[in-house]
Design a binder for this molecule. Structure first.
Ligand SMILES: [Mg+2]
Length: 274
């Protein structure tokens, strides 16, 4: 039975894991297609008394929208099976900027999510705003870019939901939050504090709110500088799958080394079901 990863390392310690933190796009599915073994892996984790949480950097989609999308793909999930960079940002705002008005460049869904969690937020230039937040704005317009540059001229604390440069699309990639922030940096010289993966808070929060320890936790993803780096930064085990962005040559060249490299989530199922 296969228990070794693609570099010949014994991966049987994955059998001891209980808290599985999955990236979604490129790890569990691509577009609407769920990868082979993914559904069975999730039900196996549940059957073995473990828990899975989808940790995603995509701040354009709310948890409510994700629940519908996953349900349509046959993936069982409740709100507590999610932790998004938008939620991490909301927690940070409440902790570090309580009661302050936040100027936000983001989707209507992101602004609504912040409001739902009790944060005062505006999408307009406002002298009362005390903190600036940029998300993955799939409704971006030049007017919004201009407004954000005006707000950035005020020297306020500047946050962003996630550093991803590109988001997968049917034809390749589109600019994600990190690329939007690069564009703003080229014009204003300002760079944000990024709160999604690879910020260790993404893992720390989920572990703290579970009954499991860091030793029982593993992050599974396809992107080295976010998914694998967050696991490394948080001090938990990591599995890189090759169904998305990272290829073997990228892993060899990267400073963020996963503990294990497997072709897909199917092989994790094989190890757990062993
Ligand atoms: Mg991914």
């Amino acid at each position: 039975m296969l228990m070794n990863d693609l570099f010949g390392k014994d991966a049987s310690s994955l059998k001891e894991k209980k808290l599985f933190l999955f990236d979604m796009d490129g790890t569990i599915y691509e577009d609407q297609r769920v990868f082979a073994g993914a559904l069975e892996l999730l039900s196996t984790i549940r059957r073995l008394g473990g828990k899975y949480v989808f940790i995603t950097n995509n701040s354009s989609t709310s948890v409510r929208d994700y629940l519908q999308r996953l349900k349509a793909m046959g993936i069982e999930a409740q709100p507590d099976n999610f932790f998004t960079s938008a939620q991490a940002t909301a927690l940070y705002l409440k902790e570090k900027h309580p009661g302050q008005l936040a100027y936000c460049l983001g989707t209507r869904s992101l602004l609504q999510e912040f409001r739902d969690s009790g944060i005062a937020v505006t999408g307009q230039v406002d002298d009362r705003a005390e903190v600036i937040v940029v998300g993955f704005d799939t409704e971006l317009t030049y007017a919004k870019i201009r407004q954000t540059c005006e707000m950035l001229s005020k020297d306020l604390p500047y946050l962003a939901t996630n550093p991803d440069l590109a988001c997968p699309a049917e034809f390749g990639f589109v600019p994600d939050c990190g690329a939007i922030c690069e564009m703003l940096a080229l014009a204003t010289g300002k760079r944000p504090l990024f709160l999604g993966k690879p910020n260790a808070a993404m893992v720390d929060y989920v572990v703290r709110n579970s009954v499991f320890s860091k030793e029982q936790t593993v992050v599974i993803g396809d992107r080295l500088y976010t998914d694998i780096a967050v696991g490394v930064n948080a001090g938990v085990s990591t599995v890189c799958v090759l169904t998305g962005e990272a290829q073997l040559t990228d892993i060899e060249a990267s400073s963020s080394k996963p503990e294990f490299v497997l072709p897909s989530v199917q092989e994790i199922l094989t190890i757990l079901a062993e």
